[in-house]
Design a binder for this molecule. Structure first.
Ligand SMILES: *Cc1c(COP(=O)(O)O)cnc(C)c1O
Length: 589
């Protein structure tokens, strides 16, 4: 804990569960409005106002104003029923109170409403976006002068952006292979060609004197993918089945969506097995790379996850990268590595500044390796404590960012950066998320003296909660490991059958849903993906493995105020009381 954190400076960055910072926060929001009004007044001093006092008193005008006032009253009344996500009683999903700089930045930018898709519609917005991408890149260990990217509508879109780019790159290499086979009778080893890397691509172009523009007609993306497949089958004398994605078995929905949207088909999704702790098994990954080689399936990308959505587990990103580095050394295969750090990306702020010792060495090494990947997804609207919708895709350099136009990104760095609209999946994009994240970074800082310190304390609070639950309630069975600020647990007596435990845990969850005092969430691990995790979990209390799914109550400790002793003690005691009352396995079964 740094002095800054210990001194309670973090309390300045959140409104507080009782709006404790109301006085000065009100005046800051007022300042934003005043600045916005004054900006209008000062610009174009020669322009006359469009309304005068008498007009603002006509019945039509007054009636219109009343309608707005009443409408807004209705809306704010409706919002009284919104889920209160600001309070430490909310430990349901990956959302909590927002930071004040995030709210202020978002609001200030919102009033100016830049559209970051185009320079004609955004001047400051685009600049803020470029700066915040550099800040996030630096936090995650990329070279901020080379890394690039953009703000997206969230992690799902950011993951799609990575797939789009990885496919674009590989399509160039496959096009060249098809061109050489069809036009020059040169048959490359197809699997190696699919991962040849830009240097080899440039060498081959030069060696065979291939005009780059000619490759367009040999591209599976720029022409007809079915015809492309037939041509590949003919050219290489073996059925061409298209590229695959290697993604951990606990796949987030976004990866299934990606195989659908990009036309890979869901069978192109090759799940990489998880170990008994729910992390990607790198030996299995190495095996699948060999299998892909044997079946001549180009690998579009390997995905590792830094902070799974269900349990917050961090894959060994460093070991995944080591496997990819090794095949690159040995075979010359350049395989795209994407890190889905939608949730865990901001844990990298724990590695910046005075180091925090909250994370294990293994997780620290995993997070420190993100900067070696080709691309990463990070969601400021999760552990960045900024408003929805704000995700980001970052690539390690311009080359990895290139997409859509059939140009060769290796040839030259374009002097004039084109407008983003042609290189983003989304069209119009708000600058508000960029501003929210930017102001958070500028004021709190993405290191342990700021946001990193806040997150570190949430992990500490999560552990303290877990320890007290386990100490007082022997039937609480936490899922191991819980390494970040997410705690998942099932409820089971020693030796209990999993079916009975699942029913009882589900019944307790239903009681939480019906109880307005707390919000928690539920996650169910199931199937082959989690078989080892479930076996280990049930084995730990000598339970009977009579079900293939494991129901867990999930608590996300993002709210910063859980670190306050009094808050934590009161809420923990209340939850323990409920669990005691609600856990009635005999009835549930
Ligand atoms: C949340 C999450 C996503 C999706 O992000 P959205 O912002 O909800 O679109 C993808 N991957 C992981 C690991 C996530 O935690």
């Amino acid at each position: 804990m740094t002095t800054n954190q210990a001194s309670g400076a973090y309390k300045a960055f959140f409104l507080g569960p009782k709006a404790e910072n109301e006085a000065w926060v009100r005046s800051e929001f007022q300042a934003i409005l005043e600045h916005w009004f004054q900006w209008r007044k000062d610009l174009f001093p020669g322009d006359a106002p469009v309304s005068v006092k008498t007009e603002r008193r006509t019945p039509a005008y007054l009636e219109a104003r009343e309608r707005m006032i009443a409408g807004l009253e209705d809306l704010t009344e409706l919002l009284e029923d919104e889920l209160p996500k600001f309070t430490p009683r909310y430990i349901g999903h990956m959302v909590s109170d927002l930071t004040l700089p995030a709210l202020m930045g978002h609001f200030a930018m919102l009033l100016h409403n830049p559209n970051n898709t185009s320079r004609d519609a955004s001047k400051v917005g685009q600049k803020v976006e470029a700066e915040v991408i550099a800040m996030l890149a630096e936090m995650m260990g990329f070279d901020p002068t080379r890394a690039t990217g953009h703000i997206t509508g969230g992690g799902t879109v950011a993951n799609f952006e990575a797939v789009w780019r990885a496919r674009f790159r590989q399509d160039h290499w496959l096009s060249l292979a098809l061109y050489l086979a069809e036009e020059r009778g040169v048959k490359l080893d197809l699997f190696s060609a699919a991962h040849m890397g830009w240097n080899r691509f440039a060498e081959l172009l030069a060696e065979h004197n291939v005009p780059l523009d000619d490759l367009r007609g040999y591209s599976g993306v720029a022409t007809n993918p079915y015809e492309f497949g037939e041509r590949m089958t003919r050219a290489f004398d073996q059925p061409y089945r298209g590229p695959i994605l290697l993604v951990p078995e606990n796949k987030h929905f976004s990866w299934t969506k990606a195989t659908n949207i990009f036309g890979y088909g869901e069978h192109a999704f090759w799940p990489v097995a998880l170990d008994a702790r729910g992390k990607m098994d790198v030996t299995a990954l190495a095996g699948l790379i060999q299998k892909a080689k044997q079946e001549t399936r180009p690998i579009s990308m390997v995905v590792s996850v830094a902070g799974t959505t269900e349990t917050g587990e961090i894959d060994p990103v460093d070991q995944v990268q080591a496997v990819l580095n090794a095949v690159r050394e040995r075979e010359g295969w350049d395989i795209w590595h994407h890190v889905d750090a939608a949730y865990g990306g901001f844990l990298c702020s724990l590695l910046r500044g005075e180091p925090s010792s909250v994370l294990s060495d293994a997780n620290t090494a995993a997070l420190a390796a993100i900067g070696q990947a080709h691309s990463v997804t990070i969601d400021p609207h999760k552990l960045g404590y900024v408003p929805y919708s704000c995700g980001a895709i970052i690539t390690k350099d311009e080359q990895a960012y290139a997409v859509s136009s059939f140009k060769a990104p290796y040839l030259e760095r374009q002097l004039e950066v084109p407008d983003k609209w042609s290189t983003t999946l989304e069209g119009s994009r708000s600058a508000a998320g960029a501003a929210a994240t930017w102001l958070t970074g500028k004021t709190m800082g993405f290191d342990t003296s700021g946001l990193g310190g806040v997150i570190a304390e949430t992990i500490v609070a999560c552990r303290a909660f877990r320890e007290r639950l386990v100490a007082e309630l022997p039937f609480v069975r936490p899922l191991d490991p819980s390494e970040t600020n997410i705690l998942c647990y099932s409820l089971a007596h020693e030796g209990m059958s999993l079916k009975t435990s699942n029913a009882a845990t589900e019944a307790v969850f239903d009681r939480f849903v019906a109880c307005p005092e707390f919000s928690v969430s539920k996650t169910t691990l199931s199937g082959k993906a989690h078989a080892k995790v479930i076996e280990r979990h049930v084995g730990a209390y000598g339970g009977v493995l009579d079900d293939d799914r494991l129901v867990l109550i999930r608590c996300v400790f993002m709210n910063p105020f859980w670190r306050e002793q009094a808050v934590a003690e009161k809420l923990t005691a209340d939850i323990i009381g409920h669990l005691k009352d609600w856990f009635l396995p005999a009835k549930a079964a």
